[in-house]
Ligand binder design. Structure first.
Ligand code: IMP
Length: 208
């Protein structure tokens, strides 16, 4: 899978026209649509096309983004964009990583997922509280070509979690150079420094 190696040198440009956002999450589709505005794309979601959601069987963020984009491009016959993201805690060997959503369980209880991180850190003497968020983007074409980009934001974990803006692990993450958590921060500000913003900046610079 191309996600296991380096980004290919020759970047393919994305021509104006239809683009499938390979996600069934309306919030994610809205955010991605806004980030792609002004590039002549006619965005349609995987849910609107009634495409099935593939199982995330990859072992990296890029591999999971790629398999979602690949499946949507193959089934729709259109270029497709997918993302995969999560929180990596250094002292936990990068966990929860690609399992970030799954640590919150069926009920999507991120309070519980954050407590699980704290319990694991407490069991490690002198554990570092360094962490980073990752966002991988994969853009797949029906002929098999794929481009991928990986964004990252570094920071420190705080306990107890603070702030009720944002989502997921935001309340426990203070990005480097700031004092507020992503959960306390103005969300427009978060969106300029986040892992997702970093990945999109790279993609926009490369494919348009
Ligand atoms: P995905 O939808 O499979 O990419 O799952 C990403 C998961 O990673 C989310 O459910 C969150 O738990 C976590 N995550 C990703 N990005 C963020 C973020 O910006 N803030 C907080 N949590 C995030």
């Amino acid at each position: 899978m191309s996600g296991e190696g380096d980004q290919p040198q020759a970047i393919r440009k994305l021509a104006p026209g239809k683009l499938v956002i390979a996600s069934h999450n309306p919030g994610k589709v809205r955010e991605i649509t806004a980030l792609l505005e002004g590039h002549g794309l006619d965005v349609v979601s995987a849910a609107e096309l009634d495409l099935p959601e593939p199982e995330e069987t990859g072992t990296t963020f890029v591999a999971n983004a790629e398999l979602k984009a690949r499946a949507a491009a193959d089934l729709s016959g259109l270029p497709a964009l997918a993302d995969d993201s999560g929180l990596c805690v250094e002292a936990l060997g990068g966990d929860p990583g690609i399992f970030s959503a799954r640590w919150a369980g069926e009920s999507k209880d991120f309070g519980e997922a954050m407590r699980r991180i704290e319990t694991k850190l407490a069991a490690i003497e002198g554990a570092s509280r360094t962490a980073h968020f990752v966002c991988a983007l994969a853009l797949a074409w029906p002929d098999g070509h794929v481009e991928w980009f990986e964004g990252r934001v570094d920071g420190t974990l705080v306990s107890p979690p603070r702030g009720d803006r944002g989502f997921g692990y935001d309340p426990m993450f203070v990005p480097d150079g700031r004092t507020e958590t992503f959960g306390e921060m103005d969300q427009d500000e978060k969106h300029t420094i986040s892992h997702r913003a970093d990945a999109f900046r790279q993609m926009v610079a490369a494919v348009f």
